[in-house]
Design a binder for this molecule. Structure first.
Ligand code: 13P
Length: 333
């Protein structure tokens, strides 16, 4: 697989003013989201919901790629058009979640490690044939008085690096996602330390596994106060601490960084991204790969009348894409 091919995809993912929509919830996770709005989690409802998102008019203006779940990559619109064709027509790159989720790390209560490496090579080869241009693997790092252990960080970095090398072998750009969870009472400094350790370990593992940095995209969490911390850091502090942490750990060769929203409100996720993009000295494009912060308002509207509110739900998706696209340029107000 040519290096240029990977670089071109990675660059397209972080084209100026564009970002990623994450709609790769596993069946278990989308069931939780559907339960919260009273929708039954059937295959056809999942298909209809994802069709609403992917057929949003003009979505490609602000969205460069969408991360799908295995089932979604194989689905079509009600009229029978494969989702991958809908995306190609809209100029949106198909991505695929390939990890099999976090499991408790034996011997380290409270820590987890993400599984999914067994059989990954043939799965990636099949995904490439189905049209996937990039993939995602999420490692989960929880913070508590006793977590994370160094072993948790190393085990997850090792898995991320093996996954990334396998992706590149199949001509797929790996999105590497070490998510430091917002849950907990910790302050922003603790989040900084854990994020710094996770990113240092990740880039060292990528280097050891001969992963081409120019063909890789980082999807990190922001450096932010724990959800239950009494003192919540403000927007400017989150922006400057996140950028400082990234500059200390991420090679300038990386084509781009796209953040997850991680449970932030829609508006805060946009405001933090915008604030970062007004700071000087950014070596990479900083954009978004939001799941909840792109979808939660639209899901509520769509669920009210399953399709009756289609146009309104799509307007909301488009508005979220536009706001985050502007924030990726530091132009959101
Ligand atoms: P959130 O933006 O909801 O955190 O989801 C992004 C994602 O893809 C997590 O893996």
């Amino acid at each position: 697989m040519s290096i240029e091919h990977l670089e071109d995809i990675a660059q397209a993912m972080v084209a100026p003013g564009k970002g990623i929509i994450a709609i790769d919830e596993s069946t278990t996770t989308i069931k939780k989201r559907f339960d919260s709005v009273g929708i039954e989690c059937t295959e056809d409802n999942r298909r209809a919901y994802r069709e609403m998102l992917l057929t949003t008019p003009n979505l490609g203006q602000y969205i460069s790629g969408a991360i799908l779940y295995d089932e979604t990559l194989r689905q079509s619109t009600k009229a029978g058009v494969p989702f991958t064709k809908v995306m190609a027509d809209a100029g949106i790159l198909p991505g695929i979640k390939v990890d099999k989720g976090p499991v408790p790390l034996a011997g380290f209560p409270g820590d987890s490690v993400t599984e999914g490496l067994d059989g990954l090579r043939p799965r990636l080869q099949e995904y490439a044939k189905l049209g996937a241009k990039f993939a995602k693997w999420r490692a989960v790092i929880a913070i508590s008085d006793d977590n994370p252990s160094g072993t948790c960080i190393e085990a997850n970095s090792h898995a991320l690096a093996r996954y990334a090398a396998l992706c590149q072998e199949s001509g797929i750009v790996p999105m590497v996602e070490p998510e430091v969870l917002m849950d907990g009472e910790h302050d922003i400094e603790v989040c900084y330390e854990v994020t710094e350790a996770a990113l240092r370990s990740l880039f060292s593992a990528l280097y050891e596994h001969n992963v081409l940095i120019e063909g890789t995209i980082l999807k990190p969490s922001m450096v932010i106060s724990g959800k239950d911390c009494d003192e919540q850091a403000g927007i400017e502090e989150v922006a400057s601490e996140t950028l400082r942490c990234l500059k200390a750990t991420v090679p300038a060769l990386l084509p781009g960084i796209v953040f997850l929203s991680g449970g932030q409100s829609d508006e805060l996720a946009t405001a933090h991204l915008n604030a970062m993009n007004t700071l000087a000295g950014r070596p990479w494009p900083l954009s978004f790969s939001y799941g909840r912060a792109m979808q939660q308002a639209a899901l509520k509207l769509w669920a009210k009348d399953m399709g009756g509110n289609l146009a309104k739900a799509q307007e909301t998706v488009f508005a979220r894409a536009r706001d985050n696209g502007l924030a990726a340029l530091g132009k959101w107000k």
